[in-house]
Ligand binder design. Structure first.
Ligand code: HEM
Ligand code: HEM
Length: 282
Protein backbone atom coordinates (compact mmCIF):
# COMPACT_ATOMS: atom_id res chain seq x y z
CA UNK A 1 0.00 0.00 0.00
CA UNK A 2 1.59 3.34 -1.06
CA UNK A 3 1.77 6.20 1.42
CA UNK A 4 1.62 9.98 0.96
CA UNK A 5 1.58 12.42 3.91
CA UNK A 6 -1.73 14.30 3.94
CA UNK A 7 -1.54 18.09 3.51
CA UNK A 8 -4.93 18.47 5.30
CA UNK A 9 -4.30 16.13 8.21
CA UNK A 10 -0.94 17.02 9.79
CA UNK A 11 -0.65 13.97 12.06
CA UNK A 12 -2.43 11.50 9.80
CA UNK A 13 -1.13 9.56 6.84
CA UNK A 14 -3.37 9.03 3.84
CA UNK A 15 -2.76 5.53 2.56
CA UNK A 16 -4.21 3.93 -0.59
CA UNK A 17 -6.62 1.35 0.77
CA UNK A 18 -8.94 0.23 -2.04
CA UNK A 19 -8.08 -0.15 -5.72
CA UNK A 20 -10.32 1.43 -8.36
CA UNK A 21 -11.67 -1.96 -9.41
CA UNK A 22 -12.59 -2.92 -5.80
CA UNK A 23 -14.40 0.40 -5.36
CA UNK A 24 -16.28 0.35 -8.67
CA UNK A 25 -17.34 -3.30 -8.34
CA UNK A 26 -18.37 -2.75 -4.67
CA UNK A 27 -20.85 0.02 -5.55
CA UNK A 28 -22.15 -1.75 -8.70
CA UNK A 29 -22.69 -4.78 -6.47
CA UNK A 30 -24.71 -2.69 -3.99
CA UNK A 31 -26.92 -1.34 -6.80
CA UNK A 32 -27.47 -4.88 -8.17
CA UNK A 33 -28.26 -6.33 -4.72
CA UNK A 34 -30.90 -3.64 -4.02
CA UNK A 35 -32.63 -4.18 -7.39
CA UNK A 36 -32.30 -7.98 -7.23
CA UNK A 37 -33.88 -7.96 -3.78
CA UNK A 38 -36.78 -5.73 -4.84
CA UNK A 39 -37.42 -7.65 -8.06
CA UNK A 40 -36.87 -11.02 -6.27
CA UNK A 41 -39.53 -10.15 -3.68
CA UNK A 42 -41.81 -9.08 -6.53
CA UNK A 43 -41.35 -12.56 -8.05
CA UNK A 44 -41.88 -14.17 -4.62
CA UNK A 45 -45.21 -12.32 -4.25
CA UNK A 46 -46.60 -14.21 -7.28
CA UNK A 47 -46.51 -17.40 -5.17
CA UNK A 48 -45.53 -16.40 -1.62
CA UNK A 49 -44.63 -19.85 -0.26
CA UNK A 50 -41.45 -21.94 -0.19
CA UNK A 51 -41.04 -25.73 -0.33
CA UNK A 52 -38.29 -28.37 -0.35
CA UNK A 53 -37.56 -31.00 -3.01
CA UNK A 54 -38.70 -31.18 -6.61
CA UNK A 55 -42.34 -30.10 -6.46
CA UNK A 56 -44.20 -27.32 -4.69
CA UNK A 57 -47.74 -25.95 -4.36
CA UNK A 58 -48.64 -28.65 -1.82
CA UNK A 59 -50.11 -26.75 1.17
CA UNK A 60 -49.14 -29.54 3.61
CA UNK A 61 -45.45 -29.17 2.70
CA UNK A 62 -45.03 -25.41 3.05
CA UNK A 63 -41.80 -24.38 4.84
CA UNK A 64 -42.36 -20.63 4.74
CA UNK A 65 -45.38 -18.65 3.69
CA UNK A 66 -46.62 -15.07 3.71
CA UNK A 67 -50.39 -14.80 3.31
CA UNK A 68 -53.72 -13.56 4.61
CA UNK A 69 -56.70 -15.13 6.38
CA UNK A 70 -59.94 -14.06 8.05
CA UNK A 71 -62.87 -12.07 6.60
CA UNK A 72 -62.42 -10.83 3.03
CA UNK A 73 -63.21 -7.23 3.99
CA UNK A 74 -60.80 -7.12 6.91
CA UNK A 75 -58.15 -9.83 6.42
CA UNK A 76 -55.19 -10.37 8.75
CA UNK A 77 -51.68 -10.87 7.38
CA UNK A 78 -49.64 -13.81 8.59
CA UNK A 79 -46.13 -15.22 8.19
CA UNK A 80 -45.67 -18.94 8.67
CA UNK A 81 -42.23 -20.43 9.42
CA UNK A 82 -42.49 -24.23 9.71
CA UNK A 83 -45.21 -24.96 12.28
CA UNK A 84 -45.25 -21.43 13.77
CA UNK A 85 -47.56 -18.69 12.48
CA UNK A 86 -47.18 -15.00 13.34
CA UNK A 87 -49.60 -12.11 12.83
CA UNK A 88 -47.75 -9.68 10.53
CA UNK A 89 -50.66 -7.46 9.39
CA UNK A 90 -49.36 -4.13 8.11
CA UNK A 91 -46.07 -5.53 6.79
CA UNK A 92 -46.27 -9.10 5.51
CA UNK A 93 -49.46 -10.62 4.06
CA UNK A 94 -51.60 -7.49 4.36
CA UNK A 95 -50.15 -4.01 3.75
CA UNK A 96 -51.15 -0.63 2.34
CA UNK A 97 -51.33 0.04 -1.40
CA UNK A 98 -50.50 3.34 -3.15
CA UNK A 99 -53.94 4.73 -2.12
CA UNK A 100 -53.39 3.89 1.55
CA UNK A 101 -55.85 0.95 1.52
CA UNK A 102 -54.94 -2.35 3.18
CA UNK A 103 -54.62 -5.08 0.55
CA UNK A 104 -53.56 -8.72 0.49
CA UNK A 105 -49.94 -8.78 -0.70
CA UNK A 106 -46.94 -10.98 0.30
CA UNK A 107 -44.15 -8.43 0.79
CA UNK A 108 -45.20 -4.76 1.01
CA UNK A 109 -44.93 -2.45 -2.01
CA UNK A 110 -41.95 -0.48 -0.64
CA UNK A 111 -39.89 -3.71 -0.65
CA UNK A 112 -40.67 -4.59 -4.28
CA UNK A 113 -40.35 -2.95 -7.70
CA UNK A 114 -43.00 -0.18 -7.59
CA UNK A 115 -45.94 -1.83 -9.38
CA UNK A 116 -48.86 -4.18 -8.77
CA UNK A 117 -48.03 -7.92 -8.51
CA UNK A 118 -46.52 -8.05 -11.98
CA UNK A 119 -44.48 -11.26 -12.23
CA UNK A 120 -43.25 -10.55 -15.78
CA UNK A 121 -41.93 -7.11 -14.83
CA UNK A 122 -40.22 -8.54 -11.72
CA UNK A 123 -38.53 -11.23 -13.84
CA UNK A 124 -37.31 -8.72 -16.44
CA UNK A 125 -35.68 -6.53 -13.75
CA UNK A 126 -34.32 -9.59 -11.94
CA UNK A 127 -32.67 -11.17 -14.97
CA UNK A 128 -31.16 -7.89 -16.21
CA UNK A 129 -29.51 -7.20 -12.85
CA UNK A 130 -28.62 -10.89 -12.33
CA UNK A 131 -26.32 -10.80 -15.37
CA UNK A 132 -24.79 -7.49 -14.33
CA UNK A 133 -24.31 -8.86 -10.80
CA UNK A 134 -22.67 -12.11 -12.03
CA UNK A 135 -20.34 -10.28 -14.48
CA UNK A 136 -19.40 -7.77 -11.78
CA UNK A 137 -18.63 -10.55 -9.28
CA UNK A 138 -16.48 -12.36 -11.86
CA UNK A 139 -14.55 -9.17 -12.66
CA UNK A 140 -13.97 -8.48 -8.94
CA UNK A 141 -12.77 -12.07 -8.34
CA UNK A 142 -10.37 -12.06 -11.31
CA UNK A 143 -8.93 -8.68 -10.28
CA UNK A 144 -8.61 -9.77 -6.61
CA UNK A 145 -6.70 -12.92 -7.65
CA UNK A 146 -4.44 -11.25 -10.24
CA UNK A 147 -3.59 -8.17 -8.11
CA UNK A 148 -2.84 -10.20 -4.96
CA UNK A 149 -5.70 -8.44 -3.06
CA UNK A 150 -7.17 -11.84 -2.20
CA UNK A 151 -3.83 -13.27 -1.04
CA UNK A 152 -2.56 -10.26 0.95
CA UNK A 153 -5.66 -8.39 2.14
CA UNK A 154 -8.49 -10.92 2.39
CA UNK A 155 -7.00 -14.32 3.32
CA UNK A 156 -6.29 -14.43 7.07
CA UNK A 157 -2.69 -15.17 8.12
CA UNK A 158 -2.37 -18.53 9.97
CA UNK A 159 -1.74 -16.75 13.32
CA UNK A 160 -5.00 -14.77 12.90
CA UNK A 161 -6.93 -18.06 12.85
CA UNK A 162 -5.67 -19.19 16.26
CA UNK A 163 -8.62 -19.50 18.70
CA UNK A 164 -6.96 -16.97 21.08
CA UNK A 165 -6.65 -14.40 18.30
CA UNK A 166 -10.23 -14.99 17.11
CA UNK A 167 -11.63 -14.74 20.67
CA UNK A 168 -9.73 -11.47 21.20
CA UNK A 169 -11.19 -10.11 17.99
CA UNK A 170 -14.73 -11.20 18.96
CA UNK A 171 -14.29 -9.58 22.42
CA UNK A 172 -13.03 -6.35 20.79
CA UNK A 173 -16.04 -6.30 18.46
CA UNK A 174 -18.45 -6.87 21.37
CA UNK A 175 -16.83 -3.99 23.30
CA UNK A 176 -17.03 -1.91 20.08
CA UNK A 177 -13.25 -1.50 20.23
CA UNK A 178 -11.97 -0.99 16.69
CA UNK A 179 -8.33 -0.91 15.58
CA UNK A 180 -6.80 2.53 15.05
CA UNK A 181 -3.45 3.75 13.80
CA UNK A 182 -1.16 1.13 12.23
CA UNK A 183 -3.48 -1.72 13.27
CA UNK A 184 -6.26 -0.19 11.11
CA UNK A 185 -4.24 -0.61 7.91
CA UNK A 186 -5.54 -4.15 7.43
CA UNK A 187 -8.84 -5.96 7.87
CA UNK A 188 -9.21 -7.75 11.21
CA UNK A 189 -9.74 -11.56 11.19
CA UNK A 190 -13.54 -11.44 11.69
CA UNK A 191 -13.84 -8.89 8.91
CA UNK A 192 -11.74 -11.07 6.59
CA UNK A 193 -13.76 -14.21 7.42
CA UNK A 194 -17.11 -12.49 6.89
CA UNK A 195 -15.98 -10.93 3.58
CA UNK A 196 -14.66 -14.31 2.40
CA UNK A 197 -17.93 -16.03 3.38
CA UNK A 198 -19.93 -13.46 1.39
CA UNK A 199 -17.60 -13.45 -1.65
CA UNK A 200 -17.00 -17.21 -1.89
CA UNK A 201 -20.16 -18.71 -0.39
CA UNK A 202 -23.21 -16.43 -0.32
CA UNK A 203 -22.81 -14.59 -3.63
CA UNK A 204 -21.87 -17.72 -5.67
CA UNK A 205 -24.79 -19.63 -4.02
CA UNK A 206 -27.12 -16.85 -5.25
CA UNK A 207 -25.79 -17.26 -8.80
CA UNK A 208 -25.91 -21.08 -8.76
CA UNK A 209 -29.39 -21.41 -7.23
CA UNK A 210 -30.63 -18.63 -9.55
CA UNK A 211 -29.26 -20.49 -12.58
CA UNK A 212 -30.82 -23.74 -11.24
CA UNK A 213 -34.26 -22.08 -11.28
CA UNK A 214 -33.87 -20.76 -14.83
CA UNK A 215 -35.39 -23.37 -17.21
CA UNK A 216 -33.07 -22.51 -20.13
CA UNK A 217 -29.99 -22.79 -17.97
CA UNK A 218 -30.87 -25.99 -16.19
CA UNK A 219 -31.41 -27.60 -19.59
CA UNK A 220 -27.67 -26.89 -20.16
CA UNK A 221 -26.58 -27.84 -16.59
CA UNK A 222 -29.15 -30.47 -15.48
CA UNK A 223 -26.85 -31.63 -12.64
CA UNK A 224 -27.49 -28.32 -10.87
CA UNK A 225 -31.07 -29.33 -10.00
CA UNK A 226 -29.75 -32.54 -8.39
CA UNK A 227 -26.97 -30.64 -6.60
CA UNK A 228 -29.57 -28.57 -4.71
CA UNK A 229 -32.01 -31.48 -4.28
CA UNK A 230 -34.70 -30.10 -6.61
CA UNK A 231 -35.98 -26.86 -8.06
CA UNK A 232 -38.05 -26.02 -4.94
CA UNK A 233 -35.02 -26.54 -2.68
CA UNK A 234 -32.96 -24.27 -4.96
CA UNK A 235 -35.68 -21.59 -4.64
CA UNK A 236 -35.71 -21.95 -0.83
CA UNK A 237 -31.88 -21.78 -0.64
CA UNK A 238 -31.92 -18.75 -2.99
CA UNK A 239 -34.37 -17.04 -0.62
CA UNK A 240 -32.40 -17.97 2.55
CA UNK A 241 -29.12 -16.77 0.99
CA UNK A 242 -30.81 -13.47 0.00
CA UNK A 243 -31.96 -13.07 3.64
CA UNK A 244 -28.40 -13.77 4.87
CA UNK A 245 -27.08 -11.10 2.48
CA UNK A 246 -29.55 -8.62 4.02
CA UNK A 247 -28.31 -9.63 7.49
CA UNK A 248 -24.67 -9.25 6.42
CA UNK A 249 -25.32 -5.79 4.94
CA UNK A 250 -27.08 -4.61 8.12
CA UNK A 251 -24.15 -5.68 10.31
CA UNK A 252 -21.63 -4.42 7.70
CA UNK A 253 -23.19 -0.94 7.61
CA UNK A 254 -23.46 -0.76 11.43
CA UNK A 255 -19.74 -1.69 11.65
CA UNK A 256 -18.83 1.01 9.09
CA UNK A 257 -20.81 3.57 11.15
CA UNK A 258 -19.21 2.49 14.45
CA UNK A 259 -15.66 2.28 13.06
CA UNK A 260 -15.68 5.81 11.60
CA UNK A 261 -18.04 6.29 8.65
CA UNK A 262 -16.28 9.29 7.06
CA UNK A 263 -12.90 7.63 6.82
CA UNK A 264 -14.28 4.21 5.83
CA UNK A 265 -16.66 5.60 3.21
CA UNK A 266 -13.99 7.91 1.79
CA UNK A 267 -11.73 4.88 1.40
CA UNK A 268 -14.43 2.99 -0.54
CA UNK A 269 -15.14 6.07 -2.72
CA UNK A 270 -11.77 7.78 -3.33
CA UNK A 271 -9.48 4.92 -2.21
CA UNK A 272 -7.72 7.05 0.45
CA UNK A 273 -7.80 6.06 4.13
CA UNK A 274 -6.39 8.21 6.97
CA UNK A 275 -4.38 6.58 9.74
CA UNK A 276 -2.64 8.12 12.74
CA UNK A 277 0.69 6.29 13.12
CA UNK A 278 1.43 5.15 16.66
CA UNK A 279 -2.21 5.40 17.77
CA UNK A 280 -3.24 1.77 18.18
CA UNK A 281 -6.00 2.20 20.71
CA UNK A 282 -9.74 2.38 20.17
C1 HEM B 1 -26.92 -14.38 -11.13
C2 HEM B 1 -27.66 -14.12 -10.08
C3 HEM B 1 -29.12 -14.49 -9.95
C4 HEM B 1 -29.94 -15.24 -10.76
C5 HEM B 1 -29.58 -15.96 -12.09
C6 HEM B 1 -31.25 -15.25 -10.16
C7 HEM B 1 -32.35 -15.91 -10.65
C8 HEM B 1 -33.56 -16.02 -10.05
C9 HEM B 1 -34.67 -16.80 -10.53
C10 HEM B 1 -34.66 -17.64 -11.81
C11 HEM B 1 -35.69 -16.63 -9.65
C12 HEM B 1 -37.08 -17.27 -9.73
C13 HEM B 1 -37.79 -16.59 -10.82
C14 HEM B 1 -39.16 -17.11 -11.07
O1 HEM B 1 -39.71 -17.87 -10.26
O2 HEM B 1 -39.66 -16.73 -12.11
C15 HEM B 1 -35.23 -15.75 -8.59
C16 HEM B 1 -35.96 -15.37 -7.49
C17 HEM B 1 -35.49 -14.59 -6.45
N1 HEM B 1 -34.25 -14.00 -6.36
FE1 HEM B 1 -32.74 -14.24 -7.67
N2 HEM B 1 -31.20 -14.51 -8.99
C18 HEM B 1 -29.92 -14.03 -8.84
C19 HEM B 1 -29.44 -13.26 -7.81
C20 HEM B 1 -30.17 -12.83 -6.74
C21 HEM B 1 -29.67 -11.98 -5.67
C22 HEM B 1 -28.23 -11.48 -5.54
C23 HEM B 1 -30.71 -11.75 -4.82
C24 HEM B 1 -30.78 -10.95 -3.55
C25 HEM B 1 -29.78 -10.54 -2.85
C26 HEM B 1 -31.87 -12.47 -5.32
C27 HEM B 1 -33.09 -12.55 -4.72
C28 HEM B 1 -34.16 -13.29 -5.17
C29 HEM B 1 -35.41 -13.44 -4.44
C30 HEM B 1 -35.75 -12.83 -3.07
C31 HEM B 1 -36.23 -14.25 -5.26
C32 HEM B 1 -37.65 -14.69 -4.93
C33 HEM B 1 -37.67 -16.15 -4.58
C34 HEM B 1 -38.75 -16.78 -5.39
O3 HEM B 1 -39.91 -16.51 -5.14
O4 HEM B 1 -38.43 -17.55 -6.29
N3 HEM B 1 -31.51 -13.11 -6.51
N4 HEM B 1 -33.92 -15.39 -8.85
C1 HEM C 1 -25.01 0.85 2.01
C2 HEM C 1 -24.36 -0.27 1.81
C3 HEM C 1 -22.87 -0.46 1.99
C4 HEM C 1 -21.92 0.37 2.54
C5 HEM C 1 -22.11 1.75 3.16
C6 HEM C 1 -20.64 -0.33 2.46
C7 HEM C 1 -19.44 0.18 2.85
C8 HEM C 1 -18.23 -0.48 2.78
C9 HEM C 1 -16.95 0.09 3.18
C10 HEM C 1 -16.76 1.49 3.74
C11 HEM C 1 -16.02 -0.86 2.98
C12 HEM C 1 -14.52 -0.73 3.30
C13 HEM C 1 -14.27 -1.26 4.69
C14 HEM C 1 -12.85 -1.02 5.15
O1 HEM C 1 -12.03 -0.47 4.39
O2 HEM C 1 -12.55 -1.37 6.29
C15 HEM C 1 -16.67 -2.03 2.42
C16 HEM C 1 -16.03 -3.20 2.04
C17 HEM C 1 -16.68 -4.32 1.58
N1 HEM C 1 -18.06 -4.47 1.41
FE1 HEM C 1 -19.44 -3.02 1.63
N2 HEM C 1 -20.85 -1.57 1.88
C18 HEM C 1 -22.19 -1.68 1.57
C19 HEM C 1 -22.82 -2.75 0.96
C20 HEM C 1 -22.20 -3.95 0.68
C21 HEM C 1 -22.85 -5.09 0.05
C22 HEM C 1 -24.31 -5.10 -0.44
C23 HEM C 1 -21.94 -6.08 -0.02
C24 HEM C 1 -22.11 -7.48 -0.55
C25 HEM C 1 -23.19 -8.17 -0.48
C26 HEM C 1 -20.68 -5.56 0.52
C27 HEM C 1 -19.52 -6.27 0.62
C28 HEM C 1 -18.30 -5.74 0.96
C29 HEM C 1 -17.04 -6.47 0.83
C30 HEM C 1 -16.88 -7.91 0.34
C31 HEM C 1 -16.02 -5.57 1.20
C32 HEM C 1 -14.51 -5.84 1.17
C33 HEM C 1 -14.06 -5.46 -0.24
C34 HEM C 1 -12.60 -5.75 -0.52
O3 HEM C 1 -11.73 -5.30 0.24
O4 HEM C 1 -12.32 -6.41 -1.53
N3 HEM C 1 -20.88 -4.27 0.94
N4 HEM C 1 -18.03 -1.77 2.31
Amino acid sequence: MSETPSPQLPRALLISRHSLITRVTHWINLLCIILLLMSGLQIFNAHPALYWGHSGANPSQVLFEVGAHGPKRNPAGFTRVGASTFDTTGIFGVSRNANGQEVVRGFPRWMTVPSWRDLGLGRRWHFFFAWLFAANLLLYLLAAIVSGHLRWDLLPAPNQLRPSSLFRDIADHLRLKFPRGDAARHYNPLQKLSYLAVIFVLLPVMVLTGVTMSPGMDAIFPWLVDLFGGRQSARTIHFIAASLIVLFVLVHVVMVILAGPRNKLRSMITGKFAISPGDNHA
